[in-house]
Write a protein that binds this ligand. Structure first.
Ligand code: ATP
Ligand code: MG
Length: 422
């Protein structure tokens, strides 16, 4: 690892990455597809601060959630405020909704993109700084909103050409009455098997027994197999709500699998919960996840407002994307001045072409072979070679890299000539 003698450590912090080259292009591509789809569904962009008061997260995500109990980047700023780098978008967007008095303009439909921070053990698909695309609908209590956010997710994954390898798992966590009944049943069941529960799950049993269903511990998982099933505790409203969501998916020919163990890691969910999962990424197979959070805004101190949304992991999605799909940027044209006297003419031509929307790579110096090699490497469509002899004639040489031809072209005809290449 690079380390200078006396300077700072010259590597990125564990679990963080520099994004450049193909990775940067893939990110930009995915983000463009996402934004385009979000707009087609009538969503507006929002961007909230990267840090918030710690309370925004720990009061809403739930103290037993993995995120709050062990993953938050929390620090005191110089003024003594406890701040936290956002581990997810929903809480910040809910806070922004309240701070900006958007209660008056319901429904609100948002899309967002940006970095998230979680102190997790870094591994493939799991970083400490990662990026999420996020969709939220606030103020729609009807199941139509659930169907619509799922339709956005399916459209995104389909337009990224990924849907063949991804399946939608869905569950209903029910309304409060159903959930309370189920919770009681779980407490009875897990208390009977208390001796075999992991330490983490013992704590969950006290505070949020449903979270045990989400446990990654092997012994817990065996117990979970035979635990009561949530669907046996649905009341009429919950059943109707869930059936309407599923019927909507059927109407849109969106395939799904009902997974009764899917509970999601954060406290604020109710009714619909879902994950889009692939087997192509090893252990970290969830690429997009979300659900309904009707209680969140109220819990945060706002007026009771329905909400539903999801977040997709940019890193995991970009690992799945085939490079062919990422449209290459328009190919550049290389300008190669030969000799000092040609620099000004090269500068002027480059400026003129860039203003006309061409991507120009200026070759500053070096021998011709090296400069041609670079032009090739960046897949230039042509090189404009500006030499002294040609300049005296008011011309330049243009080499077409696709057919190998060289043509001498009058300086004022360069643009017309290049137009044939587009
Ligand atoms: P997991 O079960 O994998 O920990 P999660 O339930 O914590 O996921 P969410 O909070 O639902 O994840 O975040 C939504 C999406 O963000 C995930 O499906 C995943 O694609 C991505 N994601 C979450 N945490 C990370 C991380 N540490 N590194 C990279 N991507 C992540
Ligand atoms: Mg997690």
């Amino acid at each position: 690892m690079a380390k200078s003698q006396s300077g700072p450590k010259l590597q990125p912090v564990r679990g963080t990455h520099d994004i450049m080259g193909d990775k940067a292009r893939t990110f930009r591509y995915i983000n463009q597809v996402f934004q385009d789809i979000a707009k087609r569904f009538g969503h507006e962009e929002i961007s909230t601060p990267i840090f918030e008061f710690t309370e925004i997260f720990n009061r809403t995500l739930g103290e037993t959630s993995d995120v709050v109990s062990k993953e938050m980047y929390t620090f005191e700023d110089r003024g003594g405020e406890s701040l936290t780098l956002r581990p997810e978008y929903t809480a910040g967007i809910a806070r922004a909704f309240i701070s900006n008095g958007l209660q008056q303009s319901l429904p609100c439909k948002f899309f967002a993109f940006g970095p998230m921070f979680r102190y997790e053990r870094p591994q493939k698909g799991r970083m400490r700084q990662f990026h999420q695309m996020d969709i939220e609908i606030l103020g729609v209590a009807e199941p139509q909103a659930d169907i619509e956010v799922l339709a956005i997710a399916v459209t995104l994954l389909t337009e990224l050409n990924l849907m063949d390898d991804i399946s939608l798992e869905i569950n209903s966590l029910g309304d409060k009455e159903s959930r309370d009944a189920y919770r009681d049943a779980l407490v009875v069941y897990f208390t009977e098997h208390k001796a075999r529960l992991s330490e983490d799950s013992l704590a969950r049993l006290e505070k949020n027994p449903m979270r045990i269903l989400d446990s990654k511990d092997e012994n817990d998982r065996a117990l979970v197999e035979n635990a009561p099933r949530i669907s046996d505790y649905y009341n009429v409203e919950t059943r109707l709500f869930f059936d309407t969501v599923l019927a909507g998916l059927d109407a849109l020919q969106i395939k799904y699998v009902i997974n009764e163990r899917l509970v999601r890691g954060l406290d604020y969910y109710s009714h619909t919960a879902f994950e889009f999962v692939t087997s192509k990424l090893g252990a970290q197979g969830t690429v997009l996840a979300g659900g309904r959070y009707d209680g969140l805004i109220e819990k945060m101190g706002g007026q009771s407002t329905a909400g539903i949304g999801w977040a997709a992991g940019m890193e995991r999605l970009s690992d799945l994307i085939s490079p062919d799909l990422v449209t290459q940027d328009t190919r550049p044209v290389s300008i190669i001045p030969v000799g000092d006297d040609c620099q000004t003419e090269a500068l002027k031509l480059a400026y003129r072409l860039r203003k006309a929307d061409y991507i120009i790579d200026m070759s500053y110096r070096g021998n011709m072979a090296k400069r041609m090699k670079r032009a090739n490497k960046i897949s230039s469509m042509a090189a404009i070679i500006i030499g002294e002899d040609e300049l005296k004639r008011g011309t330049v040489m243009i080499k077409n890299f696709d057919d190998g031809s060289q043509t001498e072209i009058a300086l004022d005809q360069v643009m017309t000539h290049l137009n044939h290449y587009r």
